[in-house]
Design a protein around this ligand. Structure first.
Ligand code: URA
Length: 231
């Protein structure tokens, strides 16, 4: 159950003060009846709320998958570069947080949500959720570099290990890690005297980047995708 004014404010029909005015004006119907009390409680899962002739579709939490382009920060504020949220054309866009940041120049799979518990479940270090990156390097990795990356290279006084490294072509590889330290992939490559020229995340846990998404496009995660990742 949720108060009618809170329900409308969550859907971005205005501030709490503005939606109270809307309700008092008699513009909102619940199950066919005009409701003028802003503290009227509704069951957001079953009650039909109509405002301005539209049946409202309430969702408490939003989960989006984006194919992040280069040049945007994974933050909900603009920094030196614009926030990725400028590409989300939804009323709730600026309520979202990134589930694990990508660098400004990293592309690929980025999940956005307003569900803090889900965000924590995916990013908590002790859950060791796998992340897979495609990296284009300055030069090929030697057999010795690959052995070192599997054994672990020192980052933040700790050993960071690759769980899998697959050759894609001469100097590009798909690497799986299960940590999310700052600039982790770039620093792992520095540790073996190499340089990342381009980086793209293609998987988080069991979730692969949807190949139908062009750079900058997004779609909602399905219920199953949310359950598999956050469970
Ligand atoms: N590792 C990096 O170095 N950068 C990213 O954006 C993600 C992982």
């Amino acid at each position: 159950m949720i108060r009618l004014d809170k329900y409308l404010a969550h859907l971005k029909y205005g501030t709490r003060k503005e939606v109270k005015k809307i309700i008092r004006s008699g513009a909102v119907r619940v199950n066919g009846e005009v409701i003028r009390n802003d503290d009227y409680k509704i069951d957001e899962t079953t009650d039909e709320v109509i405002y301005d002739g539209f049946v409202l579709d309430y969702q408490e939490y939003y989960y989006l998958m984006m194919n992040k382009p280069d040049g945007y920060v994974s933050s909900n504020k603009d920094e030196l570069d614009p926030s990725i949220l400028n590409l989300v054309f939804e009323p709730y866009a600026f309520d979202l947080q990134c589930v694990g940041r990508l660098d400004v120049d990293t592309k690929g799979l980025l999940i956005l949500t307003n569900d803090g518990k889900f965000n924590h479940a995916v990013t908590a270090p002790k859950r060791h959720v796998e992340k897979e990156y495609v990296m284009e390097l300055e030069k090929p990795l030697s057999e010795n570099d690959i052995q070192q990356l599997y054994a672990g290279v020192s980052i933040d006084d700790d050993l960071s290990k690759a769980l899998s490294i697959k050759v894609i072509d001469e100097a590009s590889y798909a690497m799986v890690i299960d940590e999310g330290k700052y600039h982790q992939v770039k620093r792992m490559m520095h540790a073996v005297n190499n340089e990342v020229l381009a980086l793209k995340r293609i998987r988080i846990g069991a979730l692969y980047l949807d190949e139908n998404l062009e750079e900058g496009e997004y779609r909602a995660l399905t219920k199953t995708e949310v359950e598999v990742l956050g469970g």
